[in-house]
Design a protein around this ligand. Structure first.
Ligand code: ADP
Length: 393
């Protein structure tokens, strides 16, 4: 049984085709620069990689190309072999607390969440439309970034703002990266030889976008992102938490409107904004070695925020069985993991230098004396999407 995981962005379409239930990856790739003058496609089948330049007028053309390629590259003989399509959907508001089969009503409900994620949800819906047209016999499933966090208590998800904002507009914390937090916390339980319901885990998903999640007995109880993914930690280009009055202050000083300032907080802040150099943590690391002070400051702000959030969540959880690092930075930045660990010595955390000298592989990186086990667990959002789709089939 073949199931495809799809992540449709505003100008990109990422996919992974799985043979289920074994979860073998048959083919993966990405279409980029959809809607621009010239686009690209990347296909990986086994150890064969292919990159092509092509015009991709819209998502539907990209989906056509993708399906055509699956046949010509002999990945499938007949498109009917693909029995399920799992779509990553960024925002499910309060409407979805688990993955669901997409029908007209679900499609409309996702649409009704568009104003909570105006950059993401419309693109996700275009992906759903295109695959529904091209693979009418396959079950279409929506897997939400927000769903895993729907178990948070009101005290964790409400803001101390006028209550009518919540009632009228749904202003509350939703949280994101839920699929990743779920996958990593489940893996952590399994590495500890326990069920997810038996452990408390803190997951630090540190990529370009970054969030931390406190998972109690398999359920998300707190997370750093909020109504939108702008909240929480400083990220590649996002500020994370700031004093909200800064928005009005800069609007006045620079004669800008709110949308412009929010755009700067989303796109020109974080590692990029502070360093003035780059949003990429590898560039920041190299600049620090060359003595660049603002690169060091950008890095320090991120490390402090990660350690602070972990400490806060340890207190909230009461006891912690594992702290897990994942995503591009979490899986690769050995120094950052060590620095975060050092700041958490009060919790009895001790990172083992030799064990920590690793990238992108599942491993315990704390010493045997550490009071809390610290792990590196590569995330795998696609496999969760495929699993949920398979289960719904
Ligand atoms: P997203 O999915 O949010 O776009 P990723 O999870 O791919 O982000 O993470 C991207 C980040 O991971 C970038 O800041 C990049 O510099 C960082 N990264 C990737 N490889 C390394 C590495 N070897 N060392 C340090 N950082 C790395």
């Amino acid at each position: 049984m073949k199931v495809i995981s799809v992540n449709a962005g505003s100008s990109s379409l990422k996919f992974k085709l799985f043979q289920m239930p074994g979860e073998t990856v048959l083919c993966e790739g990405i279409f980029e620069r959809i809607g621009l003058e010239m686009g690209t496609s990347k296909f990986v089948v086994g150890d064969k990689k292919e990159k092509t330049e092509l015009v991709l007028a819209d998502h539907s053309i990209a989906v056509n190309k993708l399906l055509e390629n699956l046949i010509t590259k002999d990945v499938v003989k007949d498109l009917k072999e693909i029995v399920g399509v799992g779509h990553r959907v960024v925002h499910g508001g309060e409407k979805f607390f688990q993955s669901v089969v997409i029908n007209d009503e679900v499609f409309k409900t996702i649409e009704s969440c568009n104003d909570l994620a105006p950059l993401h949800n419309p693109a996700n819906l275009i992906g759903i439309k295109s695959f529904t047209e091209k693979l009418p016999n396959a079950l279409q499933v929506a897997v939400f970034d927000t769903a895993f966090h729907q178990t948070m208590e009101k005290e964790a998800y409400m803001y101390a703002t006028p209550y009518e904002w919540y009632q009228k507009y749904g202003v509350r914390k939703y949280g994101f990266h839920g699929t990743s937090h779920r996958f990593v916390s489940e893996r952590a339980a399994s590495l500890l030889g326990k069920k997810p319901s038996e452990v408390n885990v803190i997951v630090a998903h540190l990529g370009n976008g970054a969030s931390i999640c406190a998972v109690k007995g398999g359920k998300s109880v707190e997370t750093t992102m909020g109504l939108t993914p702008l909240a929480g930690l400083p990220m590649g280009t996002r500020s994370g938490d700031i004093d909200p009055a800064i928005v009005g202050f800069i609007c006045e000083k620079e004669n800008k409107d709110v949308a412009e300032v929010i755009n700067m907080l989303n796109k020109k802040s974080g590692l990029l904004g502070v360093s003035g150099l780059s949003s990429d943590s590898r560039d920041i690391g190299n600049a620090i070695l060359a003595g660049h002070e603002r690169a060091k400051l950008a890095n320090d702000l991120q490390i402090k925020a990660v350690a602070d959030a972990i400490a806060k969540y340890a207190v909230y959880l009461g006891s912690v069985d594992a702290i897990c690092f994942t995503a591009g930075i979490g899986e690769n930045a050995t120094k950052l993991r060590k620095n975060v660990g050092n700041r958490l010595s009060l919790l009895g955390i001790e990172i083992d230098l030799q064990r920590n000298d690793i990238r992108g592989k599942e491993k315990i990186i704390s010493s045997d004396n550490s009071k809390i086990t610290v792990m590196l667990i590569p995330t795998n959002e696609e496999v969760i999407i495929a699993r949920d789709t398979f289960e719904l089939i």
